[in-house]
Every structure is written in structure tokens, then in C-alpha cells.
Design a protein around this ligand. Structure first.
Ligand code: C5P
Length: 294
């Protein structure tokens, strides 16, 4: 099972509901930075996860882990009581990076366990289970490029011409999504959540320059307040020729859109020199969501 990361080309943050969740208008794109996941049978009621790769050592593997919660929730939904799974994840998506790594693993777990157990949920039913696990989980089931509304779980695919080149600057430290939303609430009123029609047109035209100029993330200033060095990283990639740049989701990963492979090389080379950047990754999007691969 292979599942991609996401970037948000727009992340428009509106008012909170009575559970403290924000109304969002977001434009997701799945990008070619993948976690791999394998699910094997286990005794009834046993749900175990182990991780290797990027950031693996810091991850909890108890019942709070989103992979374990996803497997349990699916088993409970289909519930004969005799289901169990042993899940291994090879991580490449940065942990606490704003690229939905945990949500991606949860989406992959749903698809993998649905196959392993022969539970036969269709796409719509998986989507409903995914939405209970987190706002980004449904998108990682589908992948591609999509507008997300509600809490981000109501999806509408949008047409994209060609492929977009991304350079991703990974940070030394993670950011907590709730902490970034809290900082947003402290410094900003709710924002309009409608997605810019010019951005959708530029995507449909495959025009990286126009897309780059219209990237928007309402959480960016909050992420900069919590990790001030991110502003310097963003400026560096812009100087190296990025068509656009923004904090990915709640950060701290910064996503740079490159108009050409040569510009992507220049941005990567520049970022690799900076002590503020832990690692640089290249990716392209859109790519499909959680998929069985052999
Ligand atoms: O949905 P998920 O569990 O991924 O969200 C993590 C946190 O992000 C939530 O606990 C909440 O603090 C914040 N969030 C929000 N509004 C959303 C989505 C997430 O405030 N629409």
C-alpha cells in the first residue's frame, strides 16, 4: 500500500464551530512523497503498528496512534469481533510537518485492512469512516487535486493540466496543528473561505506562474510566529526563482512551486546550503491517493 503526502495550495480559515473546529476552504494537491504500508493478519482484537524511516522513532505506537484508531474503527464498523491486524509503515512523509503524514497512514490503513479482511466497504463508505478520523484523511483516500470544505472533509475534485514541480523544505522541529490554529485565533479574525476562481483556472491551464502567484495560506503567519526562521527559508526559495511559496498546511514544511526542472534544481541547491533546513525533498503533483501496489 502506497499513500502520498499533500500540500494545500489554498488554506482559507473561517470561523470555529461549537467543537472548536474551523470552517475551511482549502485546495489540496497530493504529491509524490510516499509512505508505504503493509497490513498482515493478527489475532482477533489485536491492532499493532510499527514504524521505520523518516521520524519513526518519535511516533507513539499505542492506541492513540491514528493507524491503530483507523484499524479499530474499521473493524468496529464492520464488526464481527474476530478482526485484527499487524501494520508496518515505512515513513518518508515528515512527521508533524503539515503534509498530513499521520492522516495519510490512516487512509492507507483503511484501504489495506478493507482488503485484508475482505470487509468490502465501497469508496463512499470508506470516506465516511475516514472523515471520523480527521479532516485530511478523506482527501488522502482520493488524492489528485480537490477543493475541501466543511472541516476539509467535503471534497470536490478539480481539473489540472499536466504536472506541477514542488520543492519541499523540511524543518528541524515539528509544529502541532492545534497550536497553530490557536495562534491563528489569537492574531486573526475568521477569513473568507471561498477558493479564488483565478487559482482554479490557472490549475486547469497548467500555468505554474499564475498558480504560484495565487497560493494562499491563512495559517502561515501563525506558523511563522511559532517558528520565526521559516520566513527566512521562504525568502531564500523565492530568491532562487520559485513561482510561488507557502507554508504547507499548519507547517512547518515550506512548499515551493517551480516553473521548470532547472528552477527546482536551483531552489533545492539553495535550500540545501541553509542550516535552517533539515532536508530538501522534490515531488510532483497531482498523484493518486492510497493505492495497493505490488
Ligand atoms: O482533523 P484533525 O484531527 O487532523 O485536526 C487536528 C487539529 O487541527 C484539531 O484538533 C483542531 O485543533 C485543528 N483543526 C481545526 N479546524 C479544522 C481542522 C483541524 O481547528 N477544520
Amino acid at each position: 500500500m502506497r499513500v502520498p503526502a499533500k500540500v494545500n495550495l489554498a488554506l482559507n480559515v473561517g470561523a470555529t464551530d461549537n467543537e472548536g473546529y474551523h470552517a475551511l476552504g482549502t485546495l489540496f494537491q497530493a504529491v509524490s512523497l510516499f509512505d508505504d504500508l503493509v497490513a498482515r493478519p493478527a489475532e482477533a482484537g489485536v491492532f499493532r503498528v510499527s514504524f521505520r524511516g523518516e521520524g519513526a522513532s518519535g511516533l507513539p505506537t499505542d492506541d492513540t496512534n491514528l493507524v491503530v484508531r483507523a484499524a479499530r474503527l474499521l473493524a468496529g464498523t464492520c464488526g464481527t469481533g474476530n478482526l485484527g491486524a499487524e501494520i508496518r509503515v515505512h515513513k518518508r512523509i515528515p512527521v508533524a510537518g503539515g503534509m498530513a503524514g499521520g492522516s495519510a497512514d490512516a487512509a492507507a490503513t483503511l484501504v489495506a485492512c478493507n482488503q485484508l479482511w475482505g470487509t468490502g466497504l465501497d469508496t463512499g463508505q470508506l470516506h465516511a469512516v475516514a472523515a471520523r478520523l480527521g479532516a485530511d484523511v478523506p482527501f488522502l483516500l482520493h488524492g489528485g487535486t480537490a477543493v475541501g470544505t466543511g472541516r476539509g472533509e467535503k471534497l470536490r475534485p478539480v481539473p489540472v493540466r499536466g504536472s506541477f514541480q514542488w520543492v519541499l523544505a523540511l524543518s528541524h522541529h515539528g509544529l502541532s496543528t492545534p497550536a497553530v490554529f490557536r495562534e491563528f485565533d489569537r492574531i486573526s479574525p475568521p477569513q473568507p473561505t471561498g477558493i479564488d476562481s483565478g487559482l482554479l483556472e490557472a490549475l486547469a491551464d497548467g500555468d505554474a506562474r499564475r498558480v504560484g502567484a495565487l497560493l494562499r495560506n491563512d495559517l502561515q503567519r501563525a506558523a511563522f510566529n511559532l517558528q520565526p526562521e521559516l520566513a527566512d527559508v521562504l525568502a531564500m526559495g523565492r530568491e532562487a526563482g520559485a513561482a510561488g511559496a507557502l507554508v504547507s498546511g499548519s507547517g512547518p514544511t515550506i512548499a515551493f512551486l517551480a516553473g521548470t526542472p532547472a528552477v527546482a534544481d536551483a531552489i533545492s541547491d539553495r535550500l540545501a546550503l541553509s542550516s535552517r533546513v533539515r532536508a530538501v525533498r522534490r515531488a510532483h503533483g497531482p498523484v493518486p491517493g492510497a493505492r495497493i501496489v505490488n
